[in-house]
Design a protein around this ligand. Structure first.
Ligand code: 4AD
Ligand code: MG
Length: 569
């Protein structure tokens, strides 16, 4: 219907059908150009567009002068798709040496033309006018033309989106975010923005980054004191003496019935002396360093008048919305100060956290399975060109893996069963010993999903000792209603649980874990008033991208990675 509405009213129906298969070329709405994707991603590769005049903008991937410098070929990419548009520019139109360097920005007017027989591309672009150029000095450009490793690119995070890999990751990441909102919106979930600064430790693991202005304030007062040393006691005594003298002068003038003018001039001097004294007294109180009380840091003087942190998870806060709005989710950055130097951990990562009221662990597992399958299918439907690039460059199995996961029911095994399976493994020696009660290591998780089941596995009912306080205690009193979704290539993709809705039980769990009750009192209110059976989970967004792309290191699938020792830009 959308195509029809763009046609002139007198178009006969037969023409409508033909045009629907190659829709009219659309200009970008907020910038003066046509997106290269709209040219190249047509069923005919753009062939039918020959003869159309367009404006394009982009960056030169490769350029070379030809025909003894009479013309140049440029491969131009504008980020709208992985493919480049082949551009031909004559030396009569522009100085070619200014255009051919990799990284050069070009904004061009010209005509789409059919390429000569036998060439790979279906359409090319002949430049008629160069609207603008952002030049590059190839001798100085930090991205050499040779194939660059992802490690090398981590040292130039601001330029790495110009590479084919990082731009494909950006498009896939964007598609997964869009798919996430689409999935939850379609299922009636409300998107809740949970705070980034929090005073509650959701996981109770003490891995939080602290948010404080005490340090910068202390530095400021130290600098101030160096520039302007505090007054000595003698300075203050002297200032007090001046106040005394000025006071006496006023009294004397009043007693002598001096003129109004004389008295008020003297009062003004007294006021000035008093102000000077109070300033000195105030400055004498300035102490360098962090404020302390009873030998401990005095957080009552901190910005929030208490200790505050960056959130490790929006779960606790989103629960307060689930316990009245029913189905909700949060999707935002989370922060963990764990010193994990692995290819699966970041200090700042994004998490998608749905929370569902009137839902038990089965419902939770069902939701996680449907959501992951939806994401896989979405990528296959919307990002196939980028996935093909990933398959060619990093992981030839990535498309098959997405296809398999999108259509195969996930295996479900209890933790106890999983441990039994792992204990009986004969063909592999694990670095970490397996026994009931251990936290499964990445090698165990990957063995279960990659070797034993060869598909995603949901492990549920973990020992209570290794899981967070908020997970619901099972009737056996040894395990909790937790579940982890394990996928090939990554291991743990999702962690979730049914929440403990019983007030006394959760209070006891908090205490048993050695945590204080006070910071969780607000959370306990959700159990005190109108408590409800509810469940939720968290999907590590970057882990989902690792799974989809087959890229090995999580530092390469977030635009600006933060990990121990590094926070560039
Ligand atoms: O298993 P986690 O710690 O669960 C929670 O945070 C719960 N509060 C979620 C909830 O129930 N609402 O973390 C969830 C997921 C993990 O399965 C993993 O995929 C990812 O977050 N994750 C990390 N990703 C990157 N770097 C890290 N340091 C991560 N830690 C966890
Ligand atoms: Mg976990």
């Amino acid at each position: 219907m959308a195509e029809d509405s763009m046609l002139p009213v007198d178009q006969p129906a037969a023409t409508t059908l033909t045009i629907t298969s190659t829709p009219p070329l659309q200009k970008a709405e907020f910038s003066n150009r046509t997106l290269i994707k709209t040219i190249l991603s047509r069923p005919d590769g753009g062939a039918a567009l020959a003869g159309q005049k367009v404006t394009i903008g982009g960056w030169v991937k490769t350029g070379r002068e030809q025909g003894k410098g009479s013309f140049a070929f440029l491969e131009v990419n504008d980020g709208s798709c992985p493919a480049n548009l082949q551009v031909i520019v004559d030396s009569s139109v522009y100085q070619l040496s200014q255009l051919v360097a990799t990284g050069t920005c070009v904004w061009l007017e010209g005509e789409l033309k059919s390429p000569p027989e036998g060439t790979k591309q279906k359409i090319e672009f002949r430049v008629q006018k160069v609207l603008d150029v952002g030049p590059v000095d190839p001798a100085k450009y930090p991205l050499p033309k040779t194939r660059l490793t992802l490690e090398f690119l981590r040292d130039v995070v601001h330029l790495r989106p110009r590479t084919n890999t990082i731009s494909a990751v950006a498009r896939i990441r964007n598609a997964l975010a869009y798919a996430t909102h689409t999935f939850f919106q379609q299922h009636g979930f409300l998107y809740i923005h949970t705070p980034i600064i929090t005073t509650s430790d959701c996981e109770g693991a003490g891995e939080m980054f602290q948010v404080t202005t005490l340090i910068s304030e202390a530095e400021k007062s130290e600098k101030e004191l160096i520039k302007n040393p505090p007054p000595s006691e003698a300075d203050i005594e002297a200032a007090k003496k001046v106040v005394e003298e000025k006071g006496k002068a006023v009294a004397d003038l009043k007693a002598a019935k001096a003129s109004k003018e004389e008295i008020s001039a003297s009062v003004a001097e007294l006021t000035k002396a008093k102000e000077n004294l109070s300033k000195l007294e105030e400055r004498s109180k300035l102490k360098p360093g962090i404020p302390k009380k009873d030998g401990k840091i005095d957080y009552s003087q901190d910005f929030f008048a208490r200790q505050a942190f960056l959130t490790v998870s929006g779960q606790l806060q989103v629960e307060s919305f689930a316990c009245c709005l029913s189905s909700v989710y949060t999707f935002g950055p989370t922060f963990r100060a764990e010193h994990s130097h692995t290819s699966r951990h970041l200090a700042e990562f994004w998490m998608v956290e749905p929370e569902i009221a009137f839902a038990d662990l089965q419902d939770d597992m069902n939701c996680s399975e449907k959501y992951v399958q939806f994401l896989c299918k979405w990528l296959l439907d919307n990002c196939l060109d980028d996935l093909q690039f990933m398959a060619k460059t990093f992981d030839k199995g990535c498309i098959d893996r997405l296809t398999m996961v999108s259509s195969t029911p996930f295996e479900r095994v209890s933790y106890t069963e999983a441990v039994e399976i792992l204990e009986n493994v004969k063909d592999k020696k694990f670095e970490n010993k397996v026994e009931w009660g251990i936290d499964l290591a990445s090698e165990h998780e990957r063995y279960l999903t990659e070797v034993v089941f060869q598909k995603p596995v949901i492990v549920y009912n973990y020992p209570k000792g290794i899981k967070a306080f908020y997970m619901r205690l099972n009737d056996d009193t040894k395990t909790v209603a937790a579940m982890d979704v394990l996928v090939p290539k990554v291991g743990e993709l999702i962690g979730g649980s049914q929440r403990e809705e019983r007030l006394e039980v959760i209070q006891q769990r908090i205490l048993d874990m050695g945590l204080p009750l006070e910071p969780y009192e607000w959370y306990l209110d959700l159990r005190r008033y109108g408590t409800v059976k509810h469940s939720g989970f968290g999907l590590g967004f970057e882990r989902m991208i690792l799974f989809a792309t087959g890229i090995d290191n999580i530092r390469d699938v977030i635009p600006f990675p933060r990990y121990p020792g590094r926070a560039d830009l």
